[in-house]
Design a protein around this ligand. Sequence first.
Ligand SMILES: Cc1ncc(COP(=O)(O)O)c(C=O)c1O
Length: 379
Amino acid sequence: MSTPTELEALEPNRFDVDLGAVRGNVAALRELVGPDCALYAALKCNAYGFGLVPAAQALAEAGLDAVCVARIRDGIALREGGVMLPVLLYAGAVTTPELVAAVERYRLTPTILDLASARVFSDNLTEELPVFVKVDVGQRRLGVEPRRLATFAAAVAAMPKLRIEGIYTHLTVPEDPVPAGHLEKQFSLFQACLQEVEELGLSVPVRMAASSSVLRLSDRMSLNAVDPGRMFFGVVPDGPVTRGLPFRSALVSLRSRLLQVKELDDDERRPVALVPVTPGMRVGILALGTADGLGVVSAPHVLVRGRPAPIIEPISLEHCRVDLSGIPDAAAGDEVVVIGKQGDDEITIDDVVVHRGLKADKHNIAINIRDSVPRKHSG
Ligand SMILES: Cc1ncc(COP(=O)(O)O)c(C=O)c1O
């Protein structure tokens, strides 16, 4: 029986992540928000595709204050992976006594969204628990309605075993150009909400509203804590505030290998082929397909032996064909680069974006590299 490490060596696909870039981005963010602002990292979606536990460990080493995840299973994975930082749950499970027990057992910090959930926590906790409250100032997604926040917070704070540690929101940020006043309107509403809470005599130690897009556009919304996500992986476009700061992309490369190389015979199969083939064409097959995100994260070609090999679409679920006619020396086992450098040539994220016409999700490319492709972390 092979060990997991031996099996990994057989795996032809690889997504390389530079954790050095992630650590450096913590330092760049510190510079941006100053030493007194707490850094929370939103690590949704397997840390935006970069690998939850290794990313959180690198962030912790670089001095991050807390991480945030949407799913309870991610909170548990962080603890089981040895991550000791505070973990804020953005609310990803219905509140039941079982959830409360898991939150306590794994020392997670839940977000409270309604009184019924607050009561389930209060009734089932064995010890006092710090909790966060989320207010919805624009998203119309999770969060308490602004005009109800103060009375809601007061009711939660009065419940046994619940201690409000923070109040946060997630501002909407449309694609560029952002209309004048768009962020400011939501931010003023958030500040007014916080003030009302304070006027009831409640203290709110952590106040948080700034995601990556907010931080790149405004330097006045950091309050005393921020919770960007993508920024830690260097996949946010420059903005007026962040331009010139040394944020670096943690996405190094997506690589595979040629499983088979063959010259196609011209015979009776030509009319039934799913793809356009020409007699004598040299085709290579890779072990990467749409199930690995390839239909989203590829340029028109891959690199083999430092030269471009066009992808022959459509891409199958777990395989893909490339045209090796221009690379006669290509052989089974050769490395294939989908994103990254090979020899003097390179396929960049921008090449992928242009080819696939990606817009809003262009800075989430790594999310699309599915978890079927093993992550290799370095740096
Ligand atoms: C509540 C909350 N805060 C912060 C973020 C981080 O956003 P970004 O990756 O754009 O920084 C998210 C992401 O969805 C979020 O839901």
